[in-house]
Write a protein that binds this ligand. Sequence first.
Ligand SMILES: [Zn+2]
Length: 341
Amino acid sequence: MKRMVLALLVAAAPLHAAPGDTAAREARHLAARFPGRMAGTPQEDAAARHLADRLTAMGYRPRRERFATSYSFQPAKPAAPVTTSLVSTNIIAERPGTSGKAIIVGAHYDSRTPLGVAEIDRRVGGPDLEGLDDNASGVGVILELAERLARAKPTHSIRFILFGAEEIGLKGAHEIVRRMTPAEQRATLLMINIDSIVTGDRLYVHAGPKMALKSPAGPAARDRALAIAARLGITAATNPGRNPEYPRGTGCCSDQEAFDAGGISAINMEATNWDLGDKDGYQQTARRPAFPMGFSWHLADIDRGDHLEPALTPGRVDDRARDAVRILNQLLTEIAVTPAP
Ligand SMILES: [Zn+2]
């Protein structure tokens, strides 16, 4: 009996922890303990089991959904590209609601796979890549949101998804969309994605560009997230649209795209700097010795804790984890737990 009371106290403790604590701790843990989480490798599988265990410990019954996929690898030229087949895993955990509708919150947990020998030579991706920014940072936020909502009784179901194989073409997200029935797709009100929130100079929220033309749901959720940020005193913005290929208020290039393409309204939270370089969101910060390319994405020697943490503003990992958790926890509360009728 005493033991049970103690167990309850321990289980309840994280709710009193400061926002961002769990997210930052889980991000650092995933990055440092599970480097080289490349799609289809034993390291990706070990990370998937670890993340499912974390969700189980919070009281969820996560499903690990395996799927077959492939990518193209470029050997030394003039050899032709080689198609490599593999099996990856999505992890899904849910707080069931009462309305029959659902909101998906997701982040990819795999790290970059080198897509050719040239990338291996440049240390792009590979077994040493920690991926603290891309995307242990997003996974940490998902785990803390799941922890905070573990006892919530939401109106709309909140489905947490950790995607595999994002780095070889959003394969995990496409598989989720492909396996949905048309009725399930219609019942999915919104997809919220989180990818790479540490290295970039500023926090951004964008809406998926395709669905933004057809439905107000994505832009409305984006604007609501930005209004929450403003109310909480957190600096966040949306793509100002200085590059005509990336219209104002929209963004791209992570798992939300699979949902946007599949007819589901989506938003993405990321950190980068849309005022730099080609103004396409691909330059995260000013070029300087610690960031010769102006980004950390996929670089085994840059996107790692012992490089990023001293190179960035002190406390950056903790600050971003806290900001993202505060914004998204409030957004989920407003749109899924207690939405206006
Ligand atoms: Zn990513």
